[in-house]
Design a protein around this ligand. Structure first.
Ligand SMILES: [Zn+2]
Length: 169
């Protein structure tokens, strides 16, 4: 896991406590990550990883404009941020392949609607794969993690097929 924040290693520390290799990038005021920054820290992670997650600096504007070499962008919005977020920040949704709606356990306490948030996102990008989940209650996590595992398996198959095609005969 590569964590991008302006300051502190709080996020990387939280993740490392669960036994997941994590490195922190501090941008010192920078509002997005660039591929060069990820390349500089990636050597600190184990070589054999099934999945590398890069958490960009938490804004929905300029991170959408920078290619970090990722296979897929995922946009995560908590229901607390409001169900009109996709309409206000369309770029984050047009460049993403998946959309995670987090904190759905708070729905009873909020004026925002999970269904409206989903519909607004699909208005911007009808191809988004949408997951509704709560990391507090665990709701929806099985579907999200199963989908991620399937993407990892797809990538492994594609890589192996590529290696076989390029191997000397
Ligand atoms: Zn920026």
């Amino acid at each position: 896991m590569v964590e991008g924040d302006l300051a502190t290693s709080l996020d990387a520390d939280r993740i490392a406590r669960h036994g997941v290799p994590a490195v922190q990038i501090n941008t010192d005021g920078g509002c997005h990550l660039e591929a060069r920054q990820v390349a500089e820290v990636i050597g600190a992670l184990p070589d054999a990883l099934d999945l590398l997650v890069v958490e960009n600096v938490g804004n929905l504007v300029c991170p959408t404009s920078f290619d970090l070499g990722e296979d897929l962008k995922v946009v995560i919005v908590s229901l607390t941020e409001g169900d009109d977020k996709p309409l206000k920040y369309p770029g984050a949704f047009t460049t993403a392949g998946a959309f995670v709606i987090n904190k759905i356990d708070l729905a009873p306490y909020l004026p925002a609607s999970v269904a409206t948030l989903r519909a607004n996102a699909l208005t911007i990008n009808p191809n988004l794969v949408v997951f509704e989940l709560s990391c507090t209650s665990g709701a929806g996590l099985d579907g999200w993690l199963g989908w991620l595992r399937a993407r990892i398996a797809d990538k492994r198959r594609a890589t192996e097929a590529g290696n076989a095609a390029s191997a000397p005969s």
